[in-house]
Ligand binder design. Structure first.
Ligand code: NAD
Ligand code: UDP
Ligand code: UDP
Length: 323
């Protein structure tokens, strides 16, 4: 036990971002309680943490109340990939909304700080570019992405109402597309899809004409942003954008992945999913000013590490691991 050691709850701790966050907090010397229902998270993601005496795993669905004793909460539970959050859209909204109510209720009872993993999806298909936090967004409330977008928007509302009404110490991070090792090969998001397709020599599936843009942040940069936000002065509630402002078209990403993997895969086009945002780039002025934070890993550097991760998975577990 060291002075300043905390017992920290990470919901969604077995997911892609959650597992990196749990590892980071353990490395800082804290105790971590990882809560997950394994909807998209895997035991494999946290396998290396089991056995650490400061790590505890609880299988639990955060749409149900949770009574535990902790000093801080990072609320990450929610499927993030469109194909996964659209599998059971009602559960997706419940996870965001009821999950927020339960974790906020927990934070209120314990009088502890709580951070919400919100998303650039609150901006929908943005008309303003790049997106600053002051932009209210352009969101379809009744489309296939709405379960996620509106669920996350309602969660932000709840965070700010608990803050105003109950004086809760809240932190709201709006995360832009983040990638890296420990994404599932079948996650369905663009970076993991393209890398796995390239490594297997399969067709690279570009949706639409590939001109839509995203700004990709490497996971270690994002986790650094999370922790800075949580440890920032109480008045810094956010919402605050966390992402890498370097913007690329999906077509450019496909070509980059092919070159970097030395793959013979060819690019094919598939229909653009409904309501797929045309452009996305974070304005991170606030994060720079308030947290002294900005990403340091370039897309190229991040892709090298992510490709190496999936290559290794392929070597260890064979083609099936990436199928
Ligand atoms: P992920 O799908 O890998 O992780 C989500 C985790 O939450 C999984 O472990 C899943 O099993 C768990 N979960 C889902 N529903 C749950 C429930 N009802 N109860 C308990 N656990 C539940 O996704 P990720 O990329 O790690 O995203 C983590 C968080 O960050 C999510 O809230 C997501 O909306 C947000 N986010 C991520 C990105 C990104 O680019 N990675 C971008 C914006 C926002
Ligand atoms: N809650 C929880 N753990 C706690 C405290 C509360 O899961 O330690 C849940 C509680 O069951 C409730 C929700 O959080 O459904 C909101 O709690 P709050 O106290 O804000 O509301 P109330 O209980 O007054 O409806
Ligand atoms: N995309 C694609 N091919 C794929 C997966 C995704 O072209 O195999 C596109 C998708 O249509 C979107 C972008 O890549 O324009 C990012 O998609 P992702 O699902 O990673 O995240 P989003 O930002 O849409 O939530």
């Amino acid at each position: 036990m060291f002075l300043g050691q905390k017992r920290i709850l990470v919901t969604g701790g077995a997911g892609f971002l959650g597992s990196h966050l749990c590892t980071h907090l353990l490395n800082e010397g804290h105790e971590v309680l990882c809560v997950d229902n394994f909807f998209t998270g895997t035991r494999g993601n946290i396998a290396s943490l089991i056995g650490n005496e400061r790590f505890e795993l609880l299988r639990h669905d955060i749409t149900f109340p949770l009574f535990v004793e902790v000093d801080e909460i990072y609320n990450l539970a929610c499927p993030a990939s469109p194909i996964h959050y659209q599998l059971d859209p009602v559960q997706t909204t419940k996870t965001s909304v009821l999950g927020a109510i339960n974790t906020l209720g927990l934070a209120k009872r314990l009088k502890i700080p709580i951070m919400q993993a919100s998303t650039s999806e609150v901006y929908g298909d943005p008309i303003l570019h790049p997106q600053p936090e002051s932009y209210w967004g352009n969101v379809n409330p009744v489309g296939p992405r709405s379960c996620y977008d509106e669920g996350k928007r309602c969660a932000e509302t709840l965070f700010f109402d608990y803050h105003r009404q109950h004086k809760l110490k809240i932190k709201v991070a709006r995360i832009f597309n983040t990638y890296g090792p420990f994404m599932r090969p079948d996650d369905g998001r663009v970076v993991s899809n393209f890398i796995c397709q390239a490594l297997l020599g399969r067709e690279i599936t570009v949706f639409g004409d590939g001109s839509q843009t995203r700004s990709f942040c490497f996971v270690t940069d994002l986790i650094d942003g999370f922790v800075r936000l949580m440890n920032s002065p109480v008045h810094l509630t956010g919402p605050i954008n966390l992402g890498n402002p370097a913007e690329f078209s999906v077509g450019e990403l496909a070509k980059k992945v092919i070159t970097m993997t030395g793959s013979k895969s060819r690019i094919v086009t598939r229909p653009l999913p409904q309501d797929d945002p045309k452009q996305r780039q974070p304005d991170i002025t606030l994060a720079r000013q308030q947290l002294g934070w900005e990403p340091v890993v370039s897309l190229e550097q991040g892709l090298i590490l992510t490709i190496a991760y999936f290559e290794n998975l392929l070597k260890e577990r064979g083609t099936k691991a990436l199928a």
